[in-house]
Design a protein around this ligand. Structure first.
Ligand code: SF4
Ligand code: MG
Length: 331
């Protein structure tokens, strides 16, 4: 059974009386316990809004969210409070998400204070020390302030804080985008290690495909508020179906000069259109090199094209099982 399942979730923001910004438009997927789902897309595609809507930080416009089989809309106050304990978020900008006037001790202990998960100050401090070690920081940092740390260290503090309540599910919203390239890999390695140790279920949001493959079991690609492709990381990188995913992948430089560049580069024209005024039919059609007449008229369904491989594109229809053709030359 999935730990998290979302069905037809929408989040629209009202722009004025007649128009709304369709930040998240009819997204459905499920995440199994212990699985990491990567969510990738350009900035403004709605991936952070999706994360915040799942977390309950934004009220959804439509759709259903199930956590551990329970519809979150049908939870009572106590269940909701418990849910906040089980779901935690790691934010993109560790500078902005940590109160500059709080010590490391208080920053990491704050979620524990809210949920009263310790019996005394000694226990509180002891737990924070253990969390610091878990994220690769020294126990001696307890009484220091955020400004005394580097970006990578601050993100480690943010991770320790997210782990303080021993959650089941973590949404990491571009946890490495604000960091130096040299520390990005370290933070991703740490997240993967913690995820494996604790059997955490994770949604890892990123704007490019390069780090996501390493950490994710499956990857979903978003464009203009829509989920346009979803499958295992291996299949997505080797055999993408959607032209937008192909374009994203062709933009990743191949690091080894001995490997011949077999992927044809697909350059996308222009910028994504405004989510206030999305194109008719396929949202990607204004930039798609393969757009056909039908693409302006009909919105492609997000459907399972191959086993476990979902895509929303008129070029890819599910392979229906026709009558089996027997080999007549079999002798
Ligand atoms: Fe391109 Fe049409 Fe597929 Fe959209 S549905 S991605 S426009 S081919
Ligand atoms: Mg974002």
């Amino acid at each position: 059974n999935p730990l998290l399942e979302i069905k037809h979730v929408k989040k629209y923001f009202e722009v004025d009386r007649h128009r709304s910004l369709k930040a998240v438009d009819d997204i459905s997927f499920a995440i199994r316990p212990g699985e990491t789902l990567g969510i990738v897309g350009e900035s403004g595609c709605g991936k952070s809004t999706l994360g915040r809507t799942i977390m309950g930080l934004y009220e959804k416009t439509d759709g259903e969210i199930f956590f551990d089989g329970e519809n979150v809309d049908q939870m009572d106050r106590d269940q909701r409070f418990q849910l906040h304990r089980k779901m935690q978020m790691i934010f993109q900008d560790p500078y902005a998400s940590l109160n500059p006037r709080s010590t490391v001790l208080d920053l990491i202990a704050e979620p524990m204070d809210i949920h009263r998960t310790y019996n005394n100050q000694y226990e509180r401090r002891e737990r924070v020390e253990v969390l610091l070690e878990k994220v690769g920081l020294s126990r001696t940092y307890l009484n220091r302030y955020p400004h005394e740390f580097s970006g990578g260290q601050r993100q480690r503090i943010g991770i320790a804080r997210a782990l303080a309540l021993d959650p089941d599910f973590i949404i990491a919203d571009e946890p490495i985008s604000a960091l130096d390239v040299s520390v990005q890999a370290q933070v991703v390695v740490l997240l993967k290690k913690l995820q494996e140790e604790k059997g955490l279920t994770m949604m890892f949001i990123a704007h490019d495909l390069s780090m996501v493959k390493y950490i994710s079991n499956r990857v979903g690609v978003m464009y203009l508020g829509h989920l346009i492709e979803l499958t295992s990381s291996e299949v997505l990188y080797e055999h993408p179906l959607h032209p937008y995913t192909e374009a994203l992948l062709s933009a990743i430089p191949i690091p080894d000069p001995d490997i011949e560049e077999t992927r044809e580069r697909i350059l996308l024209k222009g910028d994504p259109p405004s989510p206030v005024n999305p194109p008719s039919g396929c949202v990607f059609r204004t930039r798609c090199p393969f757009a056909m007449e039908i693409c302006a008229k009909e919105t492609p369904m997000f459907q399972e094209v191959e086993r476990g491989h979902f895509a929303a594109c008129h070029l890819h229809q599910p392979k229906t099982e026709g009558p089996k053709v027997h080999n007549r030359n079999r002798g």
